[in-house]
Design a binder for this molecule. Structure first.
Ligand code: NAP
Ligand code: MG
Length: 502
């Protein structure tokens, strides 16, 4: 059974910048529009932050950090975060509908994956506020040495459009739990739910300036934030290309950096796998969120013994997927986030053909009716006869496009699976537990899924090896990204120090 939801109003929404607990226009007075990618219609008109606004936001975050926020007890900080998680939960239907309208992801995903995980992340890190502790160190002599774990200060956070509110939560929650203040820049393609979050932050009662939200373009607002001498840390999720720019900018002030970047994950099916389960997993790994997932299983390695059986099944399942109105609960894939992304995918179909790969399924936009003809839809696409050296096996496409590579022996497979600049995630399908765990050790990736894919939990760390970035988000490791350690020495002997005292 399917049902279709709509967002409350068809007239474009309006959002201002959220700085120092107030809503304001950009200094320049400029705005930009964010379209609904299903139809191209304008969803919202949003104030466009630039350097002057980023300056204001950083100054507000600094005042908040030096003022009320650092004087608040950890318990009260945690309670505010918990209250925020409850407000998000209470508004989850509307937030899900807005996320789908701005990003294009199926409403089932917004409703059952994105928003619940946002709630989970704020809840999980709310509990951590009171559990950030130092240590006592067993140093020799009449000395007492202990550590303090302190917040960094003002954190700049730049997030992408693929999981707009969830990426905000991954970044905000640990930073707030640790007592930092924040300037957040959402992606220009999907600012709406971040601005709604600003309203809930206000409603929860956070002190002014603790969280500031500055929508705008990467090249202006984003670059101003990354290079700002007034921030103590920059956290970024997005392309590896921009990640390198950020690291370069941050180096000017030696601003601390954490990066969560691209991927080209191997998803590996051995001959002894449960093929039905593996086909399901492969679909989830590459068609979830229209393939716009940094850890998507975009390189599908099939053992040659099961390749034909697997592909028959996979192709048939892919061609039966429903692509269309993402507000319909029966829809598996909505539109890509933007025309730019759609064109990027189309160009890779040409590249694949030019390299000698075969388009086994999809390869073009679907035929849709009415307003959806103007949307940025693409069919689930399978390239077969791919080799690991081809561009479609090496470059992040960020769409519902999977490259199938066959293999014979395990050693060669590991070598190929690791032959990529990325190292974010990997999947393996086998009934052989020794092989599964051997693979988990040998693969160079930050997360490994065995007989499953795309599993996440606020308590489990996520992040990349190699050019997929550095730092781990979620879990207790995320607190390392937002705290620094101070070592304090105390003399207990009361005697003069060494020979200087003689
Ligand atoms: P992107 O340019 O890396 O965007 C990510 C974020 O960085 C956005 O908020 C963006 O702002 C901002 N940004 C862009 N240029 C910047 C700069 N010079 N300084 C500071 N911030 C900057 O990604 P995209 O252009 O939207 O997508 C391009 C490709 O990136 C995709 O095809 C995909 O391969 C990859 N990608 C990866 C992830 C991931 O989760 N790993 C997420 C998104 C995209 P604007 O939105 O205003 O540009
Ligand atoms: Mg961009």
């Amino acid at each position: 059974m399917s049902s279709t939801q709509t967002v409350a109003s068809d007239t474009p929404r309006r959002y201002q910048l959220f700085i120092d607990g107030k809503w304001m226009d950009a200094e320049s007075g400029k705005t930009f529009e964010t379209p609904n990618p299903s139809t191209g219609a304008t969803l919202a008109e949003v104030a466009e932050a630039d350097k002057a606004d980023v300056d204001k936001a950083v100054a507000a975050a600094r005042r908040a950090f030096e003022g009320k926020w650092s004087k608040m007890s950890a318990r009260d900080r945690g309670r505010l975060m918990y209250k925020l998680s409850q407000l998000i939960d209470a508004n989850s239907q509307e937030l899900a509908a807005l996320e789908t309208s701005d990003n294009g992801k199926p409403i089932r995903e917004s409703q059952y994956v994105d928003i619940p995980q946002v709630v989970e992340n704020f809840e999980y890190f709310a509990g951590f506020a009171t559990k950030i502790e130092g240590e006592t160190i067993p140093v020799p002599g009449q000395m007492f040495n202990y550590t303090l774990r302190e917040p960094l200060g003002v954190c700049g956070q730049i997030i992408p459009w693929n999981f707009p509110l969830l990426m905000a939560a991954w970044k905000l929650a640990p930073a707030l739990a640790a007592g930092n203040t924040i300037v957040l820049k959402p992606a220009e393609q999907t600012p709406v739910t971040a601005m709604e979050l600003g309203k809930l932050i206000q409603e929860a009662g956070f002190p002014d300036g603790v969280v500031n939200i500055v929508p705008g373009y990467g090249e202006t607002a984003g670059a101003a934030l990354a290079s700002h001498p007034g921030i103590d840390k920059i956290a970024f999720t997005g392309s590896t290309e921009v990640g390198k720019l950020i690291a370069r900018e941050a180096a000017q002030n030696l601003t601390k950096v954490s990066l969560e970047l691209g991927g080209k994950a191997p998803n590996i099916v051995f001959a002894d796998a449960d093929i039905e389960q593996a086909v399901n997993g492969a679909m989830m790994s590459i068609f979830f969120n229209q393939g716009q997932v940094c850890c998507a299983g975009s390189r599908l390695f099939l053992h040659e013994e099961v390749k034909d059986e697997f592909l028959d099944n996979f192709k048939e399942r892919a061609s039966r997927m429903q692509v269309g109105n993402p507000m319909d609960t029966a829809t598996h894939m909505g539109p890509q986030v933007s025309e730019e992304q759609l064109n990027r995918i189309k160009s890779y179909v040409e590249i694949a053909r030019g390299e000698g790969a075969t388009v086994l399924a999809g390869g073009e936009p679907p035929q849709l009716e009415g307003d959806f003809r103007a949307g940025y839809f693409f069919q689930p696409t399978i390239f077969s006869e791919v080799t690991n050296q081809m561009r479609v096996a090496q470059e992040e496409i960020f769409g519902p496009v999977v490259s199938v590579i066959t293999f014979k022996d395990e050693e060669d497979l590991i070598q190929q699976a690791n032959a990529t600049i990325y190292g974010l995630s990997a999947g393996i399908w086998t009934r052989d537990i020794t092989r599964a765990h051997r693979f988990a050790r040998e693969i160079k990736a930050g997360v490994v899924w065995i007989n499953t894919f795309n599993m996440f939990n606020a308590a489990s760390p996520f992040g990349g090896y190699k050019q997929s970035g550095y730092g781990r988000e979620m879990g207790k490791h995320a607190l390392d990204l937002y705290t620094q350690v101070k070592s304090v020495w105390v003399d207990l002997s009361g005697k003069p120090m060494g020979w200087f005292g003689k």
